[in-house]
Design a protein around this ligand. Structure first.
Ligand code: T4K
Length: 361
């Protein structure tokens, strides 16, 4: 039996590079509280992405919560039903209500043309998701947000390395939030990053991250403990050196999957909009039965694709009242993310693609 192949695995720098940074932590005894490595990680990420500032924090979910807190209003937040549960739970933990707008079944992102009809006097933000690193329709979203004076928080948790008009996508929206989880393009094991071009929001986010303190004296925000530790930052600094390679590798493997699976006209692929980072390989099958047949065939070979995102989050009725989202529910029932990561060989990709092709016919 082959070694298991998971949907993803982290891109990791050589251990010596992490150890070298860890050595400094052990010597100084500074482990957290916006220490030197956290500051260096933030600076190096900003240099790499050519963005002015980033607030790091302990995970992507909390980063979304911090972004909502920074907006400073409670009410309805318009978002996508085709996402990971964290998009919705962060909204609810901030005492807001998710209002779903169905997706464009081709791009898998929120259908921007349907956002305006869901805006009410209670809308406090729009939170679109760049699903699998595929950019949302920035122009349409900007236009509606500006017309109604509503901030946009992009859930860009999949988007490290994605670009728009040659620049990082994290420059878009009022705030963009990403994840540095082990399964993401750039990882700190657990971690998150919040990007804004607005200096005041950036400063507010830093206070929220540190219990709401200003200058360690007065409490001026509704804050909590959102800090990234020095050890996580050390992992991030080392891994960042390998991000270029990881992005290139993903793109090549994505193209090879598509080349082979494209032989079956009944398999659909996400319509790539602009500057995708190809962090996942979603394949959309004719129906759920075929998708499940593919899962069984791959599992029998110790290969583990994932049903991202199944089920559509509007169907989690313990959390939200059910409102039908037919496109998202349909796609969720028949989509699979096939394994795609730096530790796979091109031969692994080809074997998985051939087996998927054979099973899906
Ligand atoms: N918004 C969106 C749109 C998101 O997709 C996410 C998270 C968030 C917000 C919130 O960001 P974080 O708070 O997580 O930073 C995973 C991840 O836990 C989650 O980060 C991610 N999205 C979601 C799509 O997937 P699981 O439970 O499906 O993954 P898990 O732990 O089964 O890992 C998948 C595979 O990766 C494993 O089979 C093996 C491999 N793996 C995993 C871990 C944790 C490793 O090789 N090493 C590891 O340490 O949720």
């Amino acid at each position: 039996m082959r070694k298991p192949i998971y949907v993803t695995m982290p891109t990791l720098a050589p251990l010596e590079e992490v150890n070298e940074l860890m050595q400094g932590i052990w010597e100084s005894g500074i482990m957290t509280h916006n220490g030197p490595l956290v500051q260096r990680f933030e600076k190096e990420v900003c240099e790499y992405l050519k963005v002015p500032q980033m607030v790091s924090c302990c995970n992507g979910t909390l980063a979304l919560q911090m972004a909502i807190k920074a907006i400073g209003k409670q009410g309805e937040i318009i978002t996508s039903p085709f996402t990971f549960i964290a998009t919705i739970s962060s909204i609810m933990w901030e005492h807001c209500t998710p209002v779903f707008v169905d997706i464009d079944p081709k791009t898998l992102d929120i259908d921007a043309s349907k956002i305006e009809e869901k805006i009410t006097c209670h809308t406090v933000a729009i939170m679109p998701v760049h699903v699998f690193g595929n950019n949302c329709d920035f122009e349409a979203i900007d236009a509606v947000a500006k017309a109604h004076n509503i901030p946009v928080i992009y859930d860009a948790c999949h988007s490290v390395g994605a670009t728009y008009k040659g620049e990082s996508v994290f420059k878009q929206g009022t705030i963009s939030v990403t994840s540095f989880h082990a399964t993401k393009m750039l990882n700190t094991a657990e971690g998150g990053g919040i990007f804004t071009l607005n200096k005041e929001i950036d400063e507010k986010l830093r206070r929220i991250r540190f219990f709401g303190f200003e200058n360690h004296a007065d409490i001026v925000e509704d804050g909590f403990n959102g800090k990234m530790t020095e050890a996580h930052a050390a992992i991030g600094i080392a891994n960042l050196r390998y991000l270029d390679k990881a992005l290139e590798d993903r793109k090549e493997k994505y193209a090879r999957y598509k080349e082979i699976l494209g032989q079956n006209p009944e398999i659909a692929f996400q319509k790539i909009t602009t500057g995708c980072n190809y962090s996942y390989f979603p394949a959309i099958f004719k129906d759920e039965e075929i998708a499940l047949k593919v899962v069984a065939a791959l599992n029998a070979e110790n290969i583990f694709p994932r049903r991202y995102f199944y089920p559509s989050v509007n169907t989690f009725t313990k959390l939200v009242p059910y409102v039908p989202m037919p496109k998202s529910e349909d796609i969720a029932s028949r989509i699979l993310c096939l394994p795609l990561h730096v530790r796979m060989s091109m031969q692994d990709i080809e074997e998985i693609a051939e087996l998927t092709l054979k099973t899906s016919k």
